[in-house]
Design a protein around this ligand. Structure first.
Ligand code: COA
Length: 125
């Protein structure tokens, strides 16, 4: 059964400007593994970060809570499998919240071009 869906779109340049100014923000928003994946991209590095930001926003929309209950952005880790397919690795309070709400699976799709990044999340209960 579908628990919720969420989508988000973001301007790559906006994320790029904010991350260039503040390394602390990067550490706050992204896990080490996300940073390692995105920093490999060189040209697409900010597209990658923007896509992960959109994925985290889409995740909260699918959850239906928005930013509540102390759940933080770096507790939603976006990883890629061996074929490149992205998936969500929930951590900390987010993981607990999903368990409490009996969410069984999370589907994530990401797309990015020079200007914008989009993400969509579907959660099943
Ligand atoms: C996966 C694929 C459909 C992506 O489409 P695209 O238009 O190039 O790129 P988009 O910006 O729309 O999407 C990129 C995102 O697709 C997602 N993606 C990559 N592989 C995927 C897969 N196997 N399944 C689902 N999603 C995938 C990733 O999230 C990626 O973004 P990320 O690296 O930041 O996580 C396409 O690259 C493909 O089919 N690749 C496999 C074959 C291949 O590698 N060909 C290249 C040489 S011919």
């Amino acid at each position: 059964m579908i628990f919720g869906i969420g989508t988000d779109i973001i301007e790559v340049e906006r994320i790029g400007r904010r991350l260039e100014k503040s390394d602390a923000l990067k550490q706050k928003l992204y896990t080490v593994r996300e940073q390692q994946y995105c920093e490999k991209g060189k040209v697409t590095v900010y597209q990658c970060y923007a896509a992960r930001f959109a994925a985290k926003e889409a995740f909260f929309k699918a959850l239906g809570t928005g930013y509540r209950y102390g759940m933080a952005f770096h507790e939603i880790e976006v990883l890629n499998d061996e074929l490149g397919k992205p998936y969500v690795n929930p951590l900390g309070k987010v993981k607990r919240f999903l368990e409490e709400n009996k969410i069984q699976s999370i589907h994530l799709s990401i797309s990015h071009v020079k200007e914008t990044a989009v993400a969509m999340v579907v959660m099943e209960k």
